[in-house]
Write a protein that binds this ligand. Structure first.
Ligand code: ADP
Ligand code: RBF
Ligand code: MG
Length: 162
């Protein structure tokens, strides 16, 4: 898969407010500055990798990149579901992620239940696929420990392949 691993970070902004959280799948949305920096070779679809909020712990994640065909969005988005239960929301904080693998293209579904069940499968897939030395190694990358991840002023810093 071209373009990955791909490292990026940015501020967590308010998303579409569709109540993903109520469905048990909150997704932290990146601002346009991060979305617009995505290289052309990164195709839309569902990715998995590692994520960390501020200078916190590194967790597994799944990310959706694209137009959410189920909702027919007109704007491309990057939404990350961190596979961890947080005590509080983290709007305004810096989310650092590395995308390490691709799961599937985005698609539309006949019902919200079908969308949720596909996302639940993606989460299980991500959990399993991340358990290999090649991916675990990236968790230790100094991208996650460098100062930038704790600094708000570097909110839209993009780093790749460094
Ligand atoms: P929005 O439409 O504003 O993105 P969501 O319902 O998708 O709203 O909720 C996303 C917000 O939930 C995130 O911005 C973050 O502050 C919070 N949140 C709590 N737990 C998680 C998690 N495990 N993964 C992603 N975001 C989470
Ligand atoms: N939206 C879609 O329209 N089609 C998809 O195939 C799709 N897959 C997703 C996979 C994951 C892992 C995540 C986190 C989101 C996905 N979404 C998809 C985005 C979803 O529509 C959005 O998060 C909603 O706000 C959930 O209610
Ligand atoms: Mg969201």
């Amino acid at each position: 898969m071209k373009g990955i691993p791909y490292f990026c970070r940015g501020e967590v902004i308010r998303g579409f407010g569709r109540g993903s959280k109520e469905l048990g799948i909150p997704t932290a949305n990146f601002p346009d500055s991060v979305v617009d920096h995505l290289p052309a070779e990164i195709s839309t679809g569902i990715y998995y990798g590692w994520a960390c909020v501020g200078s916190g712990d590194i967790h597994k994640m799944v990310m959706s990149i694209g137009w959410n065909p189920y909702y027919k969005n007109t704007k491309k988005s990057m939404e990350t579901h961190v596979i961890h239960t947080f005590k509080e929301d983290f709007y305004g904080q810096i989310l650092s992620v590395v995308m390490v693998g691709y799961i599937r293209p985005e698609r539309s579904f006949d019902s919200l239940e079908a969308l949720i069940s596909a996302i639940t499968n993606d989460i299980e897939e991500a959990k399993a696929r991340l358990e290999v030395p090649e991916h675990i190694k990236l968790k230790e990358d100094n991208f996650f420990t460098s100062n930038a991840s704790t600094s708000k002023s570097t909110g839209s810093t993009i780093m790749n392949g460094h």
